[in-house]
Design a protein around this ligand. Structure first.
Ligand SMILES: C[S@@+](CC[C@H](N)C(=O)[O-])C[C@H]1O[C@@H](n2cnc3c(N)ncnc32)[C@H](O)[C@@H]1O
Length: 214
């Protein structure tokens, strides 16, 4: 049986894509920037233009518009300088009539999203809340309590920022930051072994979209 084709908009290095691939989809990614690490068929283009022109060629759509406009990681005074793409992306997706999932940070203006967290997936060691809006009914696994969760060496890590070495608002000590910022630590924590540090800072763990895709 042919695998359903999924259009992965704003794909970056393919965290979401890998999960859908594992769930049984053939994935095509679209990003404004070249993405040599993207592990599947890739088109360099504006996501919204590509969606308007080619969306009908697919069976389902995933979109991860940039989150800097909404993220608590962006200083309040800088947020307006980042594009607000959630609403316009939704409008064009809805016009296709296709099943879709749109992902973003919890502060983004998504409609009735479900939230996933690394604690829901035993194979992950990352604290990374992400919200998912859909025109299908989505379910989330039970959200384990964060109380008593160890962050830092031997425990969970927070993947945040742009993957650079600057400080974060995570509240971690310098030593904990050093550990949780190592590329190998992020890689194990997220279940991702093909990306740069920047790619992982942008990505969602493939386990999230594998779960939703199935
Ligand atoms: C948050 S990242 C996506 C992460 C991806 N879902 C993952 O799990 O790895 C957002 C991406 O959107 C891309 N982007 C920003 N504006 C875009 C546009 N107008 N069209 C296509 N891609 C765009 C950025 O280059 C960036 O790679």
């Amino acid at each position: 049986m042919p695998r359903p084709r999924l259009l992965d908009l704003f794909c970056c290095q393919g965290g979401a894509a890998m999960g859908y691939h594992r769930a049984g989809f053939d994935v095509v990614g679209v990003d404004l920037k070249p993405q040599p690490r993207y592990p599947f068929e890739f088109v360099q283009a504006d996501a919204l233009q590509y969606l308007a022109n080619h969306g009908w060629e697919y069976d389902a759509i995933h979109a991860s518009p940039p989150c800097q406009r909404y993220s608590v990681g962006t200083p309040q005074e800088n947020r307006e300088g980042h594009p607000d793409l959630v609403g316009v992306t939704r409008n064009i997706i809805l016009a296709t009539g296709l099943p879709y999932i749109m992902e973003n940070v919890p502060q983004a203006p998504l409609l009735s999203p479900v939230q996933l967290c690394g604690l829901m997936f035993p194979q992950l060691r990352v604290i990374r809340h992400r919200d998912f809006e859909s025109n299908l009914i989505l379910f989330a696994p039970a959200h384990p309590s964060h109380v008593g969760i160890k962050i830092g060496k031997g425990g969970f890590c927070c993947v945040s920022g742009n993957g650079d070495q600057k400080g974060t608002r995570s509240g971690l000590s310098l030593e904990e930051r050093r550990i949780t910022r190592s590329c190998a630590t992020w890689s194990r924590a997220m279940g991702i072994d093909w990306m740069t540090r920047y790619g992982m800072a942008q990505a969602i763990p493939p386990a999230y979209t594998e779960y939703l895709g199935r």
